[in-house]
Design a protein around this ligand. Structure first.
Ligand SMILES: [Mn+2]
Length: 411
């Protein structure tokens, strides 16, 4: 019969990955973001101790990819060793750290147990009455249903399936090791410790099928609280599941509605009002905020034309809300009420801009120029990994706003 115990389930630590390019004005803040994935692991190790968990399961993508050198592995080993020589850690290889990409290049601590990649295998924790079953990725593109080969549950044990998978598909995630949640539930295990999907998700209960999500958000689209999960087992049943939020920095997105704003004081007031909630949600952590200004206001062209000043103002207001709240990017999506069409079509700026924007020759030339600029900037165009088309459209809109502002045309 299983005893009562707690364990921690983590996945997608992506150690060794570069945080998204951040042009923060403070070097100390930039360093903290760069080192956040490591800090999150250290916080996880602390939390395991604080919650008196009995073991740790890592369901894939511990490493982001091949090491440049051994430092990343040495760091992980050092953190795992802090758990104590007898503390069991179970590690499964995912697509990012598949065995072919990240071979076990340095000796691992004695408390680390790796699932094999050639076939599923089971580990037992006899004192707790726990059996863990898993198979790691041999290579990056694992398109077989690995779960189909997992063994039947061991009778009288708390059975945990450890698997790196996108299930039947999750937006933005490669469809590796495909299977369905129903299939997993039918296997007869008590808990499925999944990895690969970066958002926290309790896919099912009884039995639990869980993605803990990424341990630390690494770019503007990985917003909100991140971490692992703490599972409490009583009398062989999952009695509680709670998130262990251990991320060291936050990515957030916020939109400010400027509808009807008549002057810049009002714009500032509305931005200022939106910021304290963002800071509060992060619980004192540094935040990289993607800020979007939207809504219909006659100030729109002026804001777009003075983008640098608006960004500096927003940053100053952010700092008042929280000293470590950084505007990671500013999107000016506000629109002006349309102006009357000029009688002379040669003076119709809106029509001229629309015509230019639709000109394929101009678009091709702009794309070449933008690619040249992007290639020379260490952080690219600053718009993350978005396709070049998106920044191009934004640039054309910005140019149009600038031209309208100079020409004194509201729309
Ligand atoms: Mn993955």
């Amino acid at each position: 019969m299983s005893r009562s115990f707690r364990f921690v389930h983590a996945a997608d630590l992506h150690l060794g990955s570069q945080m998204a390019a951040l042009a923060l004005p403070e070097p100390a803040a930039a360093r903290r973001f760069a080192e956040a994935p490591r800090a999150a692991l250290a916080a996880l190790v602390d939390a395991i101790g604080a919650h008196d968990a009995a073991f740790l399961v890592i369901a894939g993508d511990l490493y982001d990819g091949p090491w440049r050198d051994a430092r990343t592995g040495l760091f992980f080993n050092r953190e795992i060793a802090r758990l104590g020589p007898g503390f069991p850690v179970f590690l499964l290889a995912g697509n990012h750290d598949a065995e072919s990409r990240v071979p076990a290049a340095i000796p691992a601590p004695a408390n680390l147990r790796r699932f094999p990649v050639a076939r599923p295998a089971s580990f037992r924790l006899e004192e707790l009455g726990v059996a863990l079953h898993g198979q790691g990725f041999a290579a990056r593109e694992e398109l077989r249903n690995l779960a189909a080969g997992y063994p039947p549950p061991m009778p009288g044990q708390f059975n945990i399936g450890v698997l790196h998978t996108a299930l039947a598909g999750r937006p933005g995630h490669e469809p590796y090791a495909p299977c369905t949640a129903a299939e997993l539930a039918a296997r007869g295990y008590d808990y499925w410790a999944l990895g690969h999907v970066h958002a926290f998700e309790v896919v099912a209960e009884k039995p639990h099928v869980v993605f803990p999500g990424v341990l630390q958000g690494r770019h503007p689209r990985e917003t909100g609280a991140k971490g692992a999960v703490l599972v409490t087992v009583e009398d062989g049943q999952v009695a509680a599941l709670e998130r262990l939020v251990v991320d060291d920095v936050r990515w957030e997105a916020a939109a400010v509605d400027l509808a009807g704003a008549e002057d810049e004081a009002e714009v500032e007031a509305r931005i200022a009002r939106a910021l304290p909630a963002v800071a509060a949600a992060a619980g004192g952590r540094p935040v990289a905020l993607r800020l979007r200004l939207e809504g219909m206001t006659p100030l729109a062209p002026r804001l777009a034309a003075r983008r640098g000043d608006v960004a500096a103002t927003a940053q100053a207001l952010a700092q008042q809300a929280h000293p470590d709240l950084w505007i990671e990017s500013l999107e000016i999506a506000a629109a002006a009420p349309s102006a009357p069409t000029p009688a002379d079509p040669a003076l119709d700026l809106a029509a001229l801009v629309a015509e230019a924007a639709a000109d394929p020759v101009l678009a091709a030339e702009a794309a070449v120029l933008a690619a040249e600029v992007a290639a020379r900037l260490p952080g690219g165009l600053g718009a993350g990994q978005e396709p070049l088309g998106a920044p191009l459209a934004a640039m054309i809109a910005e140019a149009a706003a600038l031209a309208r502002d100079r020409a004194g045309q509201g729309g």
